[in-house]
Structure formats: structure tokens, C-alpha cells
Design a protein around this ligand. Sequence first.
Ligand code: C2E
Ligand code: CA
Ligand code: CA
Ligand code: CA
Length: 277
Amino acid sequence: AKTRKGNQYKIFEHKLHGKNDYILIFESKLRHAIKENTLELHYQPKIDAKTEKLIGMEALLRWRDPELGQIPPSEFIPFAEECGLIHDIGEWVLRNTALQIKEWEQQSDFNVRVAVNISPLHFKKVDFVERLVKIMDETKVRPEHLEIELTEMSMMDYNEELINKINELKKLGFTIAIDDFGTGYSSLGYLKEFPIDTLKIDRTFIVNINQGESGIAMVAAIISLAHALKLKVVAEGVETDVELEILKRYNCEYVQGYYYSKPLNATEFTSKFQNEF
Ligand code: C2E
Ligand code: CA
Ligand code: CA
Ligand code: CA
């Protein structure tokens, strides 16, 4: 694998310090985790701001290595993108999310959507849709249960192929959310080209929401842009009731964040939210 300049991978670099080829060790650990199914998905609820009811959840990947301990996705996802493991990780996430949905469907009258994060590199593979459909067929889960979260980065330099791909996903019944909205440096042109369903306002805007008028102005502007385009809005990283109240005042539909719940493993999530499925 190529190495990244700077201290991007500080945790494993630090913990594997003194060992030769720590990049190769890390890569083989990650490869092993995918193969041996020691990765885990946690789920964070998305809540309707008005009714406070569960409307869906986001699957977030967790990895604990016996030697290195818990490694955050902000470290191993960029690494996986560089060394090429991101495709296997993405498929692992899709398959295991589908299996979890199946389990929930068998236990209850499950009618919410689970969102998965898909790397732009994975999404841009030519056979992405084909392989996704194969996973859905094999697990017998309907696309109506899945939302694909794509960052603005995925929309950069969009072309006809990308537009076709998103249209195809929509036609199949998947929904599309734009993640970390407002942090990408891409133009907004893609918003009207693509049949997107949801914008997720990045947490950095929510953090600033009660730091004076300009913080509120940014959030209000994003919400009204979304509504003008007939998109729903999810606010990410909502931690306080002050933030929640401001978001409600500007008619933000959905919220996600520690205020309601941290990401939980499937067992915890089920016992806390099953009555809202
Ligand atoms: P993201 O998609 O923006 O996910 C939201 C992140 O914010 C999660 O961090 C979540 O735990 C955290 N979060 C949620 N509510 C709050 C809050 O109220 N306060 C604070 N401080 N944080 C909150 P996490 O799980 O560490 O994931 C970080 C990033 O790693 C994700 O950002 C996403 O970009 C990436 N990621 C996670 N799982 C996957 C995956 O399965 N596939 C891919 N490609 N990327 C993933
Ligand atoms: Ca996300
Ligand atoms: Ca996000
Ligand atoms: Ca983020």
C-alpha cells in the first residue's frame, strides 16, 4: 500500500511503532477482520424532530483488533480507500446490514430504512449496482429498506454514467442521502441533476448553531435550499436541546446525534427501539 504523508494513521503507526512494515501489518489485520467477520456494525437512530419517533438509522462500522484495540473508522476507512480494501469493506457493510434488516423483519413489523455509508471509490465501480442487487437478492431484503449515504465528494466531476447510476438505484427503490453536506468543495449543480432524497447537514454546522447569528444563518440557508429542492433534511451530531429547538424552528425534519442516542450495537438498538420499528 502507498503510505500517506503526515500523521494520518497515527494510532496504528504509534502502536505498531518499531515494527517494520507497519503498513503491511495493518493491511493484513484489516483483511483478516473482513474475512473472519470481526468487524461490527453499530446503529444510530434518526428521529423525527416534531414527533420524536424513530424514522430510520445509520449503520456505522466498528473494528476492534486484539492487539491494537478499537480503531476509529476515520482512520481505517481512508486507509482502506488507499490500499483497495474499501470494496470488500463496502460489500461487507451492505451484506451485514441486509442480514440485520432481515433479522429485524423476522422479529417485528419492520418498516424503517437503514442507511449505509458508501465510499466514492466503491460507488464509482462500474458493477456497484449489479453487486448491490445481488446482495439484496441473496439476503431477500427489499431496496425500500436501504438508504445509500454518499458524500459530496462522490458527486464531484459528475458525468452521465454517475447520473444513470443514481437514477437506476432510485428506480429500484433505494433512497439517496448526501452526507456531510456543506463541507465538500463541489459546486451545487449536482443537486438538481440527481434524484436525491435527503441532505444531511454536517455536524460542524450544528456545533456552531448557538455561536451567534451567523451559525444559525448557515443552517437556515441549508434547510431552505433543501426544501426549495424538495429534499428532506437530517441534522447530524445534535447533542443539546438548544440545538434541537433551533432546528425545529427552521423546520428541519430529522435529527441524529448523542442527544437521542449514541450508535448502539444491534442488541442494544433492538431493545431500545424495537417498539418503534
Ligand atoms: P459520518 O457518516 O458523518 O457519521 C457520523 C459520525 O458522527 C459517526 O462517527 C457518529 O458516531 C458520530 N456522531 C453521531 N452523533 C454524534 C454527536 O452527537 N456528537 C459527536 N461528536 N459525534 C456524533 P463514526 O462512527 O466514528 O464514523 C466516522 C466516519 O467514518 C463516518 O462519518 C463515515 O464517514 C465513516 N464511516 C463509518 N462507518 C462507515 C462505513 O461503514 N463505510 C464507510 N465508507 N465509511 C464509514
Ligand atoms: Ca454518514
Ligand atoms: Ca455525516
Ligand atoms: Ca462526517
